[in-house]
Design a protein around this ligand. Structure first.
Ligand SMILES: *Cc1c(COP(=O)(O)O)cnc(C)c1O
Length: 434
């Protein structure tokens, strides 16, 4: 039995998945070509007037997603903010959202001076659980924001059923799940509005940028009115009742056309890249399933996971006497890029939600006079989320770059995991001494 690296032995992992994002000759040629064309055609440098490469990308993206319309934005966060505005969320309204996410799934609600109400997650997919959503609905609920965390689709049929019953719009945060499939449909095209990020680390990139998709012409026109330049509104806004709002009271949430040019090339690779990520991740998962102490991420029936983040589960009772921290330390020393988790603290237990005073001191949105009731957040509100954060979550980093055949790398990760489980006795001793 070889000695653990954390106790002075040799480390197991010598390979690395490579860097991400990947920009190839095709992206470079497309950008050079766009810059050449920009002399005499400003649409290659600004998206203000519409048209040009930005609109080519929007059309391609909408078609890829199976959505009626797509609108580019400067980021996933801005797309979410616009979606929440277009959905009609106002000051004092309540919006139901997942606490197990990247903060911006929630900041779009605060940006409208609306109140986030957190529902709990499903313990296998880590996405919002439809039954707990329903338990949080009040007369003040105006929308539901769903995230497809790590790239695994939320249970959209159940969620849309609850939303439909209560007449609530559903916004999908697909920033980590671009291209993921739920029951034959791409995520983002299932709810009323779908939001994506093509930021630097996402499964396809423009460097910075985002998109919003919808099948609803009115929502699309409202989104346009809020986040695009008035020069574009004239072409997009057809609703007679909305035309009088064409003005410059807007957010500058436009994309840079060169980001659209890069992302347009990447869109052509997306399905292939996601399939490669999936093949490598599934290989690792098959190995993990045989090793005590760690359980692979679950994939629900009818779902295609795109593994933006690979997040397995620590199974404490299988490695009794070894804490998650010690386990991760031992694996990290072996060279596995492992961490104790991505979310770490449920969003409602973070300082801004606990203190309410926030940046401005007035306690809005919670103390806004439009708020119809007192909303507070307590430990115990979402027990499944808290257990995941406190005891179970792990991440093996770099899955977004698991392209091509990474079997050799996955085998090294599995060797390291086996080595650690074979040396649990030594780890327990080290833990007892500490
Ligand atoms: C990245 C991300 C965002 C924000 O996207 P940006 O393009 O960085 O603004 C929002 N939600 C989730 C879940 C994300 O991972």
């Amino acid at each position: 039995m070889s000695k653990l690296a954390v106790l002075g032995g040799e480390k197991t992992v010598t390979l690395s998945p490579g860097s991400w994002p990947r920009v190839g000759e095709e992206e470079i040629a497309a950008v050079v070509d766009a810059l050449r064309k920009s002399e005499g055609d400003s649409r290659y440098l600004t998206a203000a007037g519409g048209g040009g490469p930005m609109e080519d990308f929007e059309r391609n993206f909408a078609r890829f997603m199976g959505a009626g319309m797509a609108m580019t934005t400067s980021g996933g966060g801005p797309a979410l903010h616009i979606a929440v505005m277009a959905a009609g969320v106002e000051a004092g309204d309540e919006v139901i959202v997942s606490p197990y996410t990247w903060g911006q799934t929630v900041s779009c609600i605060l940006q409208q001076n609306a109140i986030p109400v957190f529902a709990d997650i499903d313990e296998r997919t880590y996405n919002l659980d439809a039954a707990t959503i329903e338990s949080r609905i009040t007369d003040s609920t105006r929308a539901i924001v769903v995230v497809h965390i790590f790239g695994h689709p939320a249970d959209m049929d159940a969620i849309m059923q609850v939303a439909g019953k209560h007449g609530l719009p559903v916004i999908e945060d697909c920033a980590q799940a671009v291209g993921a499939v739920y029951d034959g449909r791409r995520v983002g095209s299932i709810g009323h509005l779908g939001c994506y990020s093509i930021g630097d680390g996402k499964n396809m990139v423009g460097g910075e940028g985002g998109l919003l998709v919808t099948d609803d012409a009115r929502l699309f026109e409202l989104a346009n009115l809020m986040g695009q330049h008035p020069a574009r509104h004239a072409q997009v806004v057809t609703d007679e009742g909305l035309k009088k709002y064409i003005d410059s009271l807007i957010y500058t949430y436009r994309i840079h056309p060169l980001a659209a040019v890069i992302a347009n090339v990447q869109l052509g690779h997306l399905d292939q890249w996601n399939a490669e990520r999936r093949r490598n991740a599934e290989y690792l998962s098959r190995g993990l399933a045989e090793i005590p102490g760690i359980a692979p991420p679950h994939v629900a029936g009818g779902c295609e996971h795109v593994y933006h983040i690979y997040s397995p589960t620590f199974v404490a009772h299988e490695v009794k006497g070894v804490s998650r921290r010690r386990y991760v330390e031992a694996l990290a020393a072996e060279g596995v890029p492992i961490g104790t988790g991505y979310v770490q603290i449920p969003v409602y237990l973070r300082a801004r939600h606990q203190e309410h005073a926030y940046f401005y001191g007035k306690g809005c949105p919670w103390s806004c006079h439009f708020a119809k009731r007192v909303v507070e957040y307590h430990r115990g509100d979402c027990p499944v989320t808290e257990r995941r954060c406190d005891e179970q979550e792990l991440t093996i980093g770099g899955s977004v770059a698991w392209l091509g055949d990474q079997t050799a790398l996955m085998d090294q990760y599995l060797d390291a995991l086996r080595k650690v489980t074979e040396n649990l006795g030594a780890l327990r001793e080290a833990e007892a001494k500490a």
